[in-house]
Design a protein around this ligand. Sequence first.
Ligand SMILES: CC(=O)OC[C@H](N)C(=O)O
Length: 318
Amino acid sequence: MKDYISTEIHDITKDILADYDKKRHIDKLDVFNQPDTKVIYELIQELVRVAYPGFTKDKSYRIYDIRNNLSMVIEDIAFRLNKQIAIALRYGEHPDEEKLEATRLEAQKITLAFLRRIPEIREYLATDVEAVFDGDPAAESADEIIFAYPGLYAITIFRYAHVLYELGVPVIPRIMTELAHSKTGIDINPGATIGKYFMIDHGTGIVIGETTEIGEHVKVYQGVTLGALSTSGGRKLFNKKRHPTIEDNVTIYSGASILGGDTVIGKGAVIGGNVFLTKSIAPGTKVSVKNQELRYNQGKREVQEIEAYPDSAWFYVI
Ligand SMILES: CC(=O)OC[C@H](N)C(=O)O
């Protein structure tokens, strides 16, 4: 019998290799000069263990008391993260030896600056655990939140990634938060600024954009989007404030979308489920969808905006 597969493999490979020669973004072949997603994922696991030392075991060391192996864990993080940062800093370039050396030094400085900020990151995380425990009667203990809550996991990765973002590390912070996104369904861009006592309950489907600013004691439920208004020519908005500002003590219920860089949700406001907002809301205001009535105009779905109450609440009839 003729072996069709074997005879074709050579040609198929040749065609794909010729396709790689087109030198588009998708045609990179230099695996050694790319950030390594698998290593970054392993680093995340170690960083989570450093954040919550008594909650996971690292079987590779066979030393289960973190006091006895913390320096090894930190050393392992330091060397592997340093290498990933160096690669990220020179990503897409072909540096000469001098530039390479400068990048190596820069990566070391950033790695150390990052590691030095771990106590500060943990200070924030302690408040996040407290906020979830305080805000969710379904949690029997703070331990349950650390063991099991996807919201806390996503915030933990975010808090680490945000520091790397602040330190000017390209690509890696985003790989970190997108790994958390793929595990939890919670997408927090590392550029967002999030104050202490941040509570995510349930979490699935939450999106928090790059230039979002969130104060302290903010609660966010599943399906909430803190997003940008859709626009064409998006590159023009690079580095511009596109996502909302959420002031202290705001609660945002499930499915709400709050969009736009000029949109400010004032202190203590409560945004009801499924509300769609592109305008600022005064402090203390409660906003909700008035009813779930759908309006159709000659078969076309209409979204009608109604300024309904004197307390400046905006109601959207969808
Ligand atoms: C969260 C969101 O709406 O983001 C939209 C787009 N990725 C931006 O950053 O502008």
